[in-house]
Design a protein around this ligand. Structure first.
Ligand code: GLU
Length: 322
């Protein structure tokens, strides 16, 4: 059975999701990074980028916000490109931690293995792996250049966020030295942590994130620029990582309810990947207790459920152009 969805139906359901949750005031901005606490809480936007490059959007889709942990996705892609899938598995791993994003306990439990590049420990390790080792400036250019290619336009560094985060990242400092202790960091620990903190402080829009999601959904070809950004074989690898740990300790609940591999960030952004169909991003700063945007989650779940798009449904979704 085919699940035929028209583009205008998709746009209408997005609009409904937006109207339904626009005034929801649950959750609170992240406050452990002072900069994030001051971002206007009522911002809300949803974007879908289809595999053919068409963009559907509603709300605050061009507001520049902190990418935060969503940055773990592009840097994991960079590590896949530079090292290949097998080495990434050996050097970082691909396991869900089932624990919060900044868990130290997860490192102690699997001390030979930071688990996955999509939690803080594995993401700091991924930053340490970015080539060329020992050359901070070139590593940074590789990280930002890769994000620019995935999104089709450049991210901007939010200097104030970077400063705010650098001054308060005590837990992450502990993580990077613990990784060093277990020989799970492959460059200078302080510089690797700094690269991680700086990539989390990049400013991005929901539209850019949706294009990044669509590039992954489209086997590594950016649907806007038409350029091949990464080898098609890595699309399923990165989507597996996203599906297993994108919502940290709530990933199972999220997948069960939404049916979409997606990655969150404490800046309020979520990017989702529907292989072969679209990338979706939603943004709203107030978070739940696990650090995931309340309204972005509700909006994506609404769209997925209303259109019966759960990734494990046996109903072959096709998007029809009228
Ligand atoms: N930069 C944040 C941290 O390391 C990212 C956390 C997140 O977005 O989940 O604490």
């Amino acid at each position: 059975m085919e699940n035929k969805i028209t583009v205008s139906q998709l746009q209408q359901v997005m609009q409904e999701a937006y109207e339904t949750y626009k005034t929801n005031n649950e959750g609170a901005n992240a406050n452990y990074i002072p900069f994030l606490a001051n971002v206007p809480s009522d911002l809300f936007g949803i974007v879908i980028c289809l595999q053919d490059g068409r963009i559907l959007k509603v709300g605050d889709t061009s507001f520049v916000f902190g990418i935060e942990s969503v940055s773990k996705v592009p840097t994991a892609i960079l590590a896949l490109k530079q090292y290949g899938a097998q080495k990434l598995l050996q050097m970082i791993g691909a396991d869900a931690t089932g624990l919060p994003f900044n868990s130290i306990y997860a490192i102690l439990l699997e001390n030979d293995h930071p688990s996955t590049p999509l939690v803080n420990a594995g993401a700091i390790t991924a930053c340490s792996m970015v080539l060329p080792i020992g050359d901070y400036k070139s590593k940074w250019d590789a990280i930002t250049g890769n994000i620019e290619q995935l999104c089709g336009s450049a991210p901007v560094l939010l200097e104030e966020l970077y400063k705010s985060e650098s001054e308060t990242n005590f837990n992450n400092r502990a993580i990077s030295w613990l990784l060093k202790n277990y020989n799970r960091i492959y460059d200078d620990p302080t510089n690797s942590l700094d690269l991680y903190t700086r990539q989390c402080s990049l400013g991005i829009t929901a539209e850019q994130l949706a294009i990044m999601g669509a590039t992954i959904a489209n086997d590594g070809i950016n649907p806007i620029t038409g350029k091949i950004i990464f080898d098609a074989q890595y699309a399923a690898k990165i989507t597996s990582l996203i599906a297993t740990v994108g919502f940290y300790q709530h990933t199972g609940d999220w997948l069960y309810e939404s049916g979409l591999p997606a990655k969150t960030g404490v800046g309020g952004g979520i990017v989702g990947v529907y292989p072969g169909l679209f990338g979706i991003a939603a943004f709203a700063p107030p978070l739940d207790s696990a650090g995931n945007s309340v309204k972005a989650q509700l909006a994506i779940k609404y769209i997925m459920n209303k259109l019966k798009l759960h990734i494990f449904n046996n109903n072959k979704p096709v998007i029809i152009t009228e």
